[in-house]
Structures are given as C-alpha cells and as structure tokens.
Design a protein around this ligand. Sequence first.
Ligand code: FE2
Length: 831
Amino acid sequence: MLLLLLLFISCTRKEKSVRYSYDFDNLPDRVWAGEDFWTIPLEDWQINEGRLECTGNSSNMRTNLITYPIRPGNGTFALNVTCGLLDKGDQEGTVGFSIGVKDDEDPDVKAACYFGKGLNLGVRTNGVLFIEDQTVSFPADFSWEKFHIRVEGNFSLKGKAITLRLMNEQQEEVAWLVKESIDEIEGLIVLGVNHHVATPFSNGPSFWFDDLEISGTKISYEEGNRFGAILWAMYTNSRNVLKLTAQLAPVSARVNGEVHLEIEEGDGWKKLATEKLRADSYTATFRVGNWNPDLEVNYRISYSENLKDGETSDYKYTGTIRKEPVDKPLVFGGMTCQYGYGFPYTPVVNNLLKEEPDILYFSGDQIYEGNGGYSIIRFPADRAILNYLGKWYMFGWAFGDVMKERPTICTPDDHDVFQGNLWGDGGRKIELEDWQEYAGTSGGYIEPAEMINVVHATQSSHLPDPYDPTPIDQGISIWYTDMVYGKISFAIISDRIFKSGPKEVAFWEEGRRDWITEQGIDLSRLDKPGLKLIGDRQFEFLTHWMKDWKGANMKVLLSQTLFANIPTHHGSIDGILAGDMDSGGWPQTPRNKVVDLLRRCYAFHVSGDQHLPLFVQYGIDEFRDAGWAICTPAITVGYQRRFLPDRLGIPYQNRPVHNLDNTGEYIGGMGHKNYVYAVGNLPDNTRSELRYERAQLSSSGYSIITFDPESRDISCNAIRFLADADRLRPEDSFPGWPVTVNQFDNAGINRTGDKITIQSSGVLNPVLLVYDAKTEELLLSVRMKGDEFSGIVKGSGRYNLKIGDPETERWKTVSDIIANEIETSPVVVEF
Ligand SMILES: [Fe+2]
C-alpha cells in the first residue's frame, strides 16, 4: 500500500464511522504526495523524510485530500494533524485546514481543488487561533517547532458546531475555539498554508505536516477520485506503429523507473513493452511496431514504486486502442487554448465523450502561465519544469478520460513554453532581458532547453516518429511528422518553432513591435527575404508529404495558428489593431509559399490559437484562389479577439449567401485576400461572475470536423462551450456553422492557370502527380475520385504526369504534355 491506511468501520445504528490516517513514513522522497492528494502549486510540496512538506512561501498553498470529502447531513468528524514550521518567512502566515471545500459551479472534485471555497481555520503565526473571522490568542512563547491541530465537527438536529484545538508537542491544549450555528459543511478537506490571506504575497512562512488523521460519520470515501501515479496516457497509431506516452506524477523516478505496457488477451494481459521513465518529464514513451490497425483492444500501463520498507506501491491505468476507422467518415475533434478559469472544462469534456470523435487534436496552449492560480517560475530549469508540469497535469486531469480511448494529436504552442507569442527562430537561446527590451519580439526561446524538451516530451512524444529528429539549436527536440488515420493523411507541423521575430523588420519606434496600429503602412517593408514561417526543414518535409498518398484519400495540415491575419480587435472591444505579426499571415512570402503548397495537394488546414472561431478561404493572388481553413474555438478564451470590419467601415465584397455580418472578402492585416465565411464573434460585454458563463460569452467551445474519404466532404461545426452535444440547437453552433466544403474546393475556385483533364481506367481512385516538365517541380498532387479528374496547374506550360497506385506501386507516366493541347482533349491513361 502506498500510504498507511487504517480503516475501522464500526456500525452503530445507521451511522458508519470511518477513520483514515497517513504518516507518510514509508514513502520515498518525491514531489508527488500520493493518489489521495492533489497539491497546489506542484513545485511547493514534497514528501521528504516521511513528512509532507510545503516548502513554498506564497499565499494559499494547499493539499487537497481528494478521496475523503465531508458529506452532507448530520454526523461527526475529527481531523488531526501534526505540523511544524520549516521557515519563518518575513510575513505573518497561517497553517491549518479548509473544510467543506467545493466549487459552486461545478461539483467535480477537480473544480473544488482549484476553485473551491470552504471554511478556513487554523493557526496564525502572530499567535492567534482562527475559524474564519473568529479568533482567540495563545501565549507568545508557543513553540512552532512541532505542534498539533485538531478539528471536531458536530452536526445534529440540536445544532452545528466546529471546535478547533491547538496542542503543543506534548499534546497539551494551548488554545481552543468553538464556532456555532454554522452552515452545512460539505466538500473537500484541504491542508492549507497561508490560506487565510486576502492579498496574495510571496514571503510567508512554510510548514511541514505529518500524521494526518480523519475520522467520523460525516467522512465519505470516493475511490474514483484517486489520481496517479499514472495520471493519463496519449497515443497515436499510424502505418502499423503504435506510439503511447504514459504521463506519470513526479514519483521518485531516479530511484526506480520502469513502466510497462500490456494489452488484454483472453483472460489476462500480455506484455508489449517496458520503457524507462524519463526522470525530467516523468513520461514513458512506448513504440510498438507491426501494430494491427483492425485491432480494438484494452491496454494497461503499470508502474511500481519502491517503498522504504522494501515493498512496492503498484499503480495501473487502463484505456482502449481503437480500431482504425476505414469504412466511415473520420470524426475529428479540434480543440485549442484552455485558459484556466474554465477548468476542468466539464461541459466540453462531456460533449467530447458524447460526440465520440475518432481522433482528437489539441493544437496548442494546453496550458497558460496563470493556470491553477500561480504565476510562472522561469528559472532554474528543474523548478520551471515542475511549475510547467503542475499546469500540464490540469490538462490531463480534465481530458484524460477522453484521450485514453482514442488517438490524440497534441502540439505545443507559445504559452506551453511560457512565452506568450513565440518566434522560436530555430531554437535560438535568448536572454530574458533581450526579450523584454524588444517587447517580446526577438526570435528565440527564453526558457532553458531542458524545460522546452520536457514540454515536447509530455505533449508530443506519442506522435508518429518525427520526419527528421535532428534537434534544433540548443539540442531542443523536434516533433513535426505525418500521420495516416482513417484514410486521411495529416501533416503535423509547428508554425512557431522556426518563425522569425518581428524585431527583424519592425521599423516603428512606438508601441509593440509585433502590432501594426496604423492603417495603410507599407506592409511589403515587413516581408524581408529570408524570414521564416514554418522554416526550411518543415517545408522540405511538406514537399515530401504532399506527394505521399499511401493509405490516404485526403490531406489535412495541422498547425497552431491560421495562415491569415483576421481579427480587427485585440484584448478588448477598444483594442483596434490594423495587423498582428503573431499570426500565420506574417511573414507574407513564406506564408504564400505554404498556402500554395496546400492548394497543390488539395489540403485542408486546421488551426487554433486565435481564440476566435473562423472558417476562411485563403487567397494568394486573388480572393479564393487557395484552400479552406478552420480556426477552432478556444476551449476557454482568455485573451479576446474580434473580427468586426463592418463596425470599422472596412470594405468587403461577395458576402456569402447566409448574409451574416463581418463575412465576405476582406483584405487582412497582412495584406492577404481573406474570404471569411464564418466568424464566432464575442459580444462587447462578456463579463460574468460565473466561470462557465464567462467562457460561453467569450466564444469558447470546440469543433467537430468530419472528413469523408469517399465523398471527400469536409463538414465542420464550431460548437459553443455550454452546448449539449446530445441536443444541439442551431444557436449552439457559432453563426455560419455547420459548413461543408469538399476536398477539391481546396484548390481555390478562382485559381487560374493551365487546366489538366485526365481520364484513367484500371486503377480505382488513382493518385495523380503533375510535374513541371522544365523545373520538375510538383504542381499538383491528388487522389482522384473515380476515373476522371480536372485540375489547374501553373507552370511553364509543359507538364509530366505520373498516375497510379501507391499501394501496389503501379505507375504510368505521360511526358511533356503541352498545356493548350490538354485544354481541349483529356489525357487518357489505361492500366
Ligand atoms: Fe491561446
């Protein structure tokens, strides 16, 4: 057993009295407090020499006892804990309990841990015992080295009362206090340090805890609330390779760290692989070759931790590897950006469970710096890592049950590496001072490479093997790759890691260098040669990906942000902005290059990041001469953006037939010709006291995209935070959604060039590749639907065609087709 757990059940009439105790003596030294606890902030708590220590000095540090809440109704409870001062700090602080901790909005234990309120009681270091505002003083010569706090609750028809007692090391009562006529106490028991303060501080005292005892008839046991040591898992399977990463709590990984993966077979479990636990990220990544995609099977992850007495604590976690869907449309859940006030995002989680997507995509900002209620720690690396992990675990705690039984694509964005607005510049190191001097617009990473690598390991190590794993600058790992699933070929790339910083080109002195505040500036001055968006390495990868159709009928690019700069309003309704370089609209030349590549292979683009649901058709030279893209709603919007061109009098043309405001063809902030088909704008006022209502008002939600590999239709819905997926009403979708386009629309209806028409027979849905006969550049790449196809190419006028079946490698080539001849008569290819 992990913890010394004493369970005495004595039945007296109808009441059941239960007693639990934790002495922590047998636990190895580690950060994680155990499966019955959840400590916040993660980096400020640890198990050390048989005690639970709170080593931080900030306000409101807490250990939530998640498995033994106080239940409603009459009865009694008693809490005992031994504590002592670790560090006095410079400011008066407190130690004690919060009891009956719950969140009024969401009954989930996760919500209680982060947003719950309860009755605060305990000891102040200025010599006062307190239950909320009620206090009593005790002698000044009290020894803080070791003491005991006892809480007794008596709830009966005669009345409700809480008694608090302070005892010295010898168990002699020093002071006591009773609070009567209190309301019902129901919810979590929380150990609190500096938990009374109205104003947060960062120089208070710290304490240790030991011998925690909980007993009484008002205590219940919720085994399902346990969390850890295996917190959750994410997996992908593609091209007969299963990759799965187990995410563990910060156990004593340096002592022993082997994690096992098994699958269910017959009545038992068959071991598939064993991997070492990474001591920095607490992850173990499994790679299983020869995976049968038709197999639907339960998996089990197991981990054993050595205890001090030589025994082990054994932990298990189970999930399901789904059969890859090939005979039905692929249902894809698109998510982005989870600002902490919406945690644990229960409406979105429940809807995802109801929608049963085949695959999930979390495009970035799985954490924000402030999530969980504490700011970031940037240095040193080990502290920054724990600080990141505490926020990262919130993501897994919220979405683990959705992710454990379907493939998950997860890519880090800027906030994930503590750098709101990231221009990674290929991994270059940048000092915090330099970054600050140029208002956050110098290219590079502030955080230590060790921390960035932990972010990449936790978020993306379960993706299919990277296309080219060569690390970037500073030895930072890289994860861009492709995945074939359900006959869809996904390219998964970063549009941040290689991107140049605006400092390179921003020529104005005032204000932020990534923001264009004036209309009408010469945007071409921002488009210097050599600037990067996705970078050379990823562009080379995409040129390889675009012609590889093995197992796939359609292509989809997944990246973090949109390759257009759409919003007109930033931060608030007053924040009007002409352009923003923190969008995929800049730098313009590499943006045009990647959008051109996408239209050549009829690829759809799924992104996030903007916190503004958008459905857009890109333009390069003309409006609508390239492919379609969705920017999915943020799971919870923090920073607000709006697209209100009509209010600003920005001209437009060709509004879609739905005639919604702020839609149609507009010139975007970086000069691109954007066709905005649908936008999920926020109302001017999104204020609400209620967290989930605020999320709903702020255009939060998720998207469901259905890719039909037979009809080639792409159907998108952007759904609001508070919708019920079982009963979706029209108003639960953002205006303009649902919307359906077809794969072949991604060439752009206004594209001009040479028309290639082909008739083929003998191969079902062949792949057609069209090369420029002079430059050998690949101009068109498509999986045909049936025997006939027409497409537009722009090249020298002479083309080579390659047509065939990538599965059987049967190919035919037709060389040196002359454009004006094929306009009139189709090329005929017979196998
Ligand atoms: Fe975001």
